[in-house]
Design a protein. Structure first.
Length: 399
């Protein structure tokens, strides 16, 4: 039977308040295009030039116009030969006096008269600032223009280097995440193969024995083989459910907490009784409905309840709790098992991850996915004097 009782003060506080976590602060590094855009605007204002631009390479390595203020014909990126000539410049330079044919041709084609390279601390070329003005012509650029270029590069250098480093780190991080996903898929496939191979071996063995046994024994073997096939079918269905793209959560979804808890408690009691475990249900006052699909809520609760039962020994009690909280609704499932070490808590939601006391599978991975699709969160907490608490917070339903 499912027993009910008041939520104890300690459990109530943990359920409603949760566990505070430190936040992350600090501003993101400026984007390279934004940094160069400010430099181009400052140069245009300082020099009065009709044509000011910044060139750099994009993520694929192609040269591009990253920022520009130009009049007249459309501006195109420089050639690779011109970029190499820019890389040879020591600082702000008169394009007509550079001695590089590629820069002379660029000056004639685009109407620029002077340029300045922006370099990283390693000396690598980050970008190039170029200006062109009716007051300047290649080979006779005013010192004022070169001084303005030097000032613009000095002001922009640190921010530009930081922005490019941040972009490079973002690319590396994306590549690492992609590799992590591939590794996770490989591990998942290995686990699936292992899970399917065992029942297939049993089925193969029983099929070989069918011809050697009498009718009653053969019928028993057939039933065992059919049960094993059903187990494979259930496993594949769970895998497919986990692999489906996330479905958008309806903002109008409404899940009543109390009926879902009572239904799951009744189902869990049947499994718990076989292990000598009791199931208790406790609600704090009126618990408002959550913004979640009702079927998804029942699956989340059932997965957590069965997980708690698996972690419990005979004589223990599994508790299903619910209460309002600041962010909406808090639901917790508590067990009196050995607990989960801090180092393993994040991994507990990975597909097929298991500890000695908990059976591996996709239940917790699917649970987290359903909760997060609803805009909620799930966490593991210690429970005194022994055991774990899986705490789920969900947003309130729109009524």
């Amino acid at each position: 039977m499912v027993s009910e009782g008041a939520v104890r003060p300690a459990g109530d506080a943990a359920l409603a308040a949760g566990v505070a976590r430190p936040g992350l602060g600090g501003a993101a590094p400026a984007d390279l295009a934004a940094v160069l855009g400010r430099a181009v605007a400052a140069l245009a204002e300082t020099t009065g030039a009709e044509r000011v631009a910044a060139w750099a390479r994009d993520e694929s390595g192609a040269l591009q116009v990253l920022a520009a203020r130009v009049e007249g014909a459309q501006l195109l990126p420089p050639s690779e030969a011109a970029w190499a000539a820019f890389d040879a410049l020591a600082g702000p330079s008169d394009l007509g006096a550079s001695g590089a044919p590629a820069l002379g041709a660029l000056a004639a084609e685009h109407g620029f008269s002077a340029a300045a390279p922006l370099r990283a601390g390693t000396g690598a070329l980050l970008a190039v600032l170029v200006v062109g003005s009716g007051k300047d012509r290649p080979g006779a650029v005013r010192p004022r223009t070169l001084a303005a270029l030097a000032s613009a590069t000095a002001r922009s250098l640190g921010a530009a280097a930081a922005a490019q480093a941040a972009q490079r780190l973002a690319r590396v991080d994306g590549e690492v995440q992609a590799l992590d996903r591939l590794a996770a898929v490989g591990g998942l496939l290995a686990e699936i193969v292992h899970e399917i191979r065992n029942p297939l071996v049993s089925i193969k063995t029983f099929l070989h024995l069918l011809g050697e046994e009498d009718g009653a024994r053969a019928s028993e073997f057939r039933e065992i083989a059919i049960d094993e096939l059903r187990r494979i079918e259930r496993l594949l269905e769970v895998v497919m459910q986990h692999a489906r793209p996330p479905a958008p959560q309806s903002a109008d979804a409404i899940a009543e907490i109390e009926p879902a808890l009572r239904s799951v408690a009744q189902l869990a009691t049947l499994r718990a009784a076989a292990r000598g475990v009791a199931v208790e249900l406790a609600l704090e006052g009126e618990v408002p409905p959550a913004c979640m699909a009702p079927d998804a809520l029942r699956q989340v609760l059932l997965n957590l309840a069965l997980n708690a039962i698996e972690a419990s020994e005979a004589g223990a009690t599994v508790r299903l709790l619910a209460a309002p909280c600041e962010s909406g609704v808090a639901i917790a499932v508590e067990d009196e098992g050995p607990g989960v070490p801090e180092a393993l808590r994040a991994r507990l939601f990975e597909p097929f991850f298991s500890t000695k006391s908990r059976a591996g599978g996709l239940g917790l991975a699917i649970t987290r996915r359903l909760v997060e699709e609803a805009g909620g969160a799930i966490e593991i907490q210690d429970r005194a004097p022994r055991g774990s608490r899986f705490r789920v917070t969900l947003p309130l339903a729109r009524l």
